[in-house]
Design a protein around this ligand. Structure first.
Ligand code: ZN
Ligand code: ZN
Length: 107
């Protein structure tokens, strides 16, 4: 069964996406590594609502908040981690500046 779910102003059209994501999660310590497809930068992707989407952004949209215009930062530094506890909404400008200051920290 699937149902729409509202998160802030963001509507997740089909909550089955969460089960699809979790089915591919490999827990290692505190991090939830996604074992599905990743892009060239190591960010997991999944096909959802007809397009390829970043898994960590979907998780953040579901478990944290509406992401309209916001970046998502990995506090654990693992780009393939999708644990919502390790994800943080970030102002895109501040986010970019922070990463330039600490150039070795992955987004
Ligand atoms: Zn993590
Ligand atoms: Zn970041």
């Amino acid at each position: 069964m699937s149902a729409a779910m509202q998160v802030g102003k963001h509507v997740i059209p089909d909550t089955k996406i969460i089960a699809r994501i979790l089915a591919k999660v490999r827990v290692d310590g505190e991090c939830w590594f996604f074992s599905g497809a990743t892009d060239e930068d190591g960010y997991p992707h999944i096909k959802f609502a007809g397009k390829r989407q970043c898994v960590h952004r979907l998780m953040a949209a579901v478990f944290i908040d509406d992401l309209n215009g916001w970046d998502v930062h990995h506090t654990c530094g693992n780009p393939s981690c999708v644990n919502p506890l390790h994800l943080k909404k970030a102002d895109p400008e501040v986010h970019r500046t922070d990463h330039l200051k600490f150039a070795n920290i992955p987004f």
